[in-house]
Design a protein around this ligand. Structure first.
Ligand SMILES: Cc1ncc(COP(=O)(O)O)c(C=O)c1O
Length: 345
């Protein structure tokens, strides 16, 4: 079912009255050497209860990837883990990547570089404003070299000539794309499905997550495809405008032919709230309301839109009565600027 904006019930802080409560359990821990080396923990699962869900007998659990590590938490770890294993195997000692001034990827990469003693370079879209914002200040503190370049130049980040220039300047480096999204990142996100199988609860009917490039979603779909038994439907909430764009990207990362049974999946395109890193009045009011029912931390760029989409769908009666829903909390940096106008991919 495709949900369109005009079919949705508009929620406002005053129309929602809830008696929330939390229950907490642990998902399966990871068995990878790199996870143990870095102290990546098993994700916690929080159950969220409120009137809106209870009235339709919906169960809502949240897989707290944001809690797996103090600096590497969120989907970023899953996107980086196979990349980093590959980089170490190749013996590369310097990684260069790209991102916006609030990039979660740049933040996580800087932290990982420090933990593994690998030099990191972050090429940042736009001039570096002084003082550095908390994300870039953190990255620098972790030892990352930062270079802000003007947007017109930044757009050339995939061009061979431009990359050659960077190599002349910095010396040889291993290149990770903006947002860390590549085939190895998708491979790392396949591992997310393990955490569903190990749920102490039953397999959910729906799994929802926010999507920026679609790499995390593609990995999750592939991972679920490999699981035995019932498969949840995967709903990706697009945080950006662009009809069909993310669906194509996700599809491009799925195998053309496979023996696995790929679960049903769909990219929901009506919850971008004005576009990437935009904060609509509806989203702002939802986030304010959410703070009154839960202390689960949400930011407006990714997880805020995920939860906004969920509650819109609930209000529209999208989920069958009694359905079990799992939301993947992908982390993200919490900004109190309100405007959230700077990209964070
Ligand atoms: C916190 C957070 N959630 C979700 C996403 C979206 O992930 P993807 O680009 O793999 O769709 C990102 C970007 O990587 C992110 O930083």
């Amino acid at each position: 079912m495709q949900i369109r904006n005009n079919e949705l019930v508009t929620l406002s802080a005053s129309s929602l009255t809830s008696t929330p409560a939390f229950t907490r359990t642990l998902a399966v821990s990871s068995d990878s050497d790199l996870d143990s080396e870095l102290g990546i923990g098993a994700p916690i699962i929080d159950s969220l209860h409120c009137d809106e869900l209870d009235q339709q007998r919906l169960t809502l659990n949240v897989l707290r990837l944001d809690q797996i590590h103090p600096t590497l938490g969120g989907n970023k770890w899953f996107k980086l883990k196979h990349n980093i294993a590959n980089i170490r195997q190749q013996g590369a000692t310097r990684i260069l990547s790209f991102g916006g001034a609030y990039s979660n990827h740049i933040r996580a990469l800087a932290a990982l570089g420090k933990l593994l003693n690998i030099e990191t370079i972050g090429i940042i879209r736009g001039e570096l404003s002084k003082p550095l914002n908390p994300v870039l200040a953190f990255a620098r503190q972790q030892g990352m070299t930062l270079l802000g370049i003007e947007r017109s130049l930044y757009r050339k980040k995939e061009e061979a000539e431009f990359l050659k220039g960077l190599k002349r300047h910095f010396g040889a480096f291993h290149l990770l794309p903006e947002g860390g999204s590549n085939a190895l990142a998708v491979g790392g996100c396949v591992e997310l499905a393990k955490h569903l199988q190990g749920l102490p609860l039953r397999m959910p009917d729906f799994v929802m997550l926010p999507c920026g490039t679609g790499a995390t979603m593609a990995g999750l779909i592939r991972g679920i495809g490999d699981l035995e038994g019932d498969k949840p439907q995967v709903l990706g909430v697009s945080v950006l405008k662009g009809r069909g764009y993310l669906e194509d990207r996700v599809r491009s990362w799925l195998p053309a032919r496979t023996h696995a049974v790929i679960p049903q999946w769909q990219v929901l395109e009506d919850f971008h709230c004005g576009g990437y890193a935009r904060l609509s009045p509806q989203l702002a009011s939802f986030l304010q309301w959410f703070e009154t029912i839960s202390d689960l931390p949400l930011e407006p760029v990714y997880t805020g839109k995920l939860f906004y989409a969920l509650f819109q769908l609930v209000a529209a009666g999208y989920f069958p009565r009694g359905a079990e829903i799992l939301l993947i909390h992908t982390g993200g940096v919490h900004r109190c600027s309100g405007g959230a106008s700077s990209p964070a991919a």
